[in-house]
Design a protein around this ligand. Structure first.
Ligand SMILES: *Cc1c(COP(=O)(O)O)cnc(C)c1O
Length: 219
């Protein structure tokens, strides 16, 4: 894999309003530095411990995005530095993020993860639950978290029309929410296999891992 070439390719290919989150999970620091040296500043990880280790040893102007499912008891480890948490799926989790952000005298941006895929295995909440969180009194009192948008993962399938209809649905939820909550500005959708469809459907943030860094080795 030529990581630097891949970063350049995506940066030139993606529309200007679409941010590239390079998903570096399981990859060694040298690979992350290769992306960094190709001017990539947003990196995404799905494990808090791994992200924290990388944050400690890499340049401090990297923006770290947590894209995986978050366990409440681990929020404290990333609260000092995380810049965006993509997969918030409960008010309880939001409360914990608010508490830990406050302890660090920060405000942390979050996205609500909406379940759009058919598969049961995917995390996320439905649009009604997300709306409840956005409109809740509890959230209105939290001074250290900002919900800045929505995130979704499409079904893992070759059926492009199914993927497209799931992304279109998420975009329609996003547009509807924005009527009441104009502060929502990010729509995180699209991965290596489906980012083109996601961009066509209105994504503002794509999360691309294996087509930048190569296949992951989980051993
Ligand atoms: C791993 C991961 C990605 C990147 O997946 P690729 O198919 O390798 O691009 C994107 N989003 C989330 C939430 C992930 O966990």
């Amino acid at each position: 894999m030529d990581i630097s070439e891949n970063i350049k390719k995506y940066k030139s290919e993606l529309p200007e309003n679409v941010k590239l989150v390079a998903i570096s999970k399981t990859k060694p620091n040298e690979d992350l530095m290769e992306a960094y040296n190709a001017s990539q500043r947003i990196l995404g990880e799905n494990k808090i411990q791994e992200m924290t280790d990388k944050w400690e040893s890499l340049p401090k102007d990297i923006e770290w995005h947590m894209v995986g499912h978050v366990q409440r008891n681990k929020v404290k480890y990333m609260a000092p530095y995380v810049s965006l948490i993509h997969a918030v799926d409960s008010l309880k989790l939001l409360k914990e993020i608010n508490k830990r952000a406050k302890q660090n005298e920060r405000t942390i941006d979050c996205l609500l993860q909406i379940k759009i895929a058919e598969e049961d295995s995917k995390f996320g909440i439905d649009a009604a639950e997300a709306e409840e969180i956005l409109n809740s009194e509890a959230y209105s009192k939290m001074k250290h978290v900002n919900i800045t948008g929505l995130m979704g993962m499409a079904t893992f399938t070759d059926d492009k029309e199914q993927v497209r209809s799931e992304f279109k649905y998420l975009k329609s939820v996003f547009d509807k929410f924005r009527e009441q909550h104009p502060q929502l500005k990010e729509l995180s959708m699209g991965m290596s296999g489906d980012y083109q469809i996601a961009v066509e459907c209105g994504s503002t943030m794509v999360r691309i891992g294996s087509s930048i860094f190569g296949e992951r080795n989980y051993n």
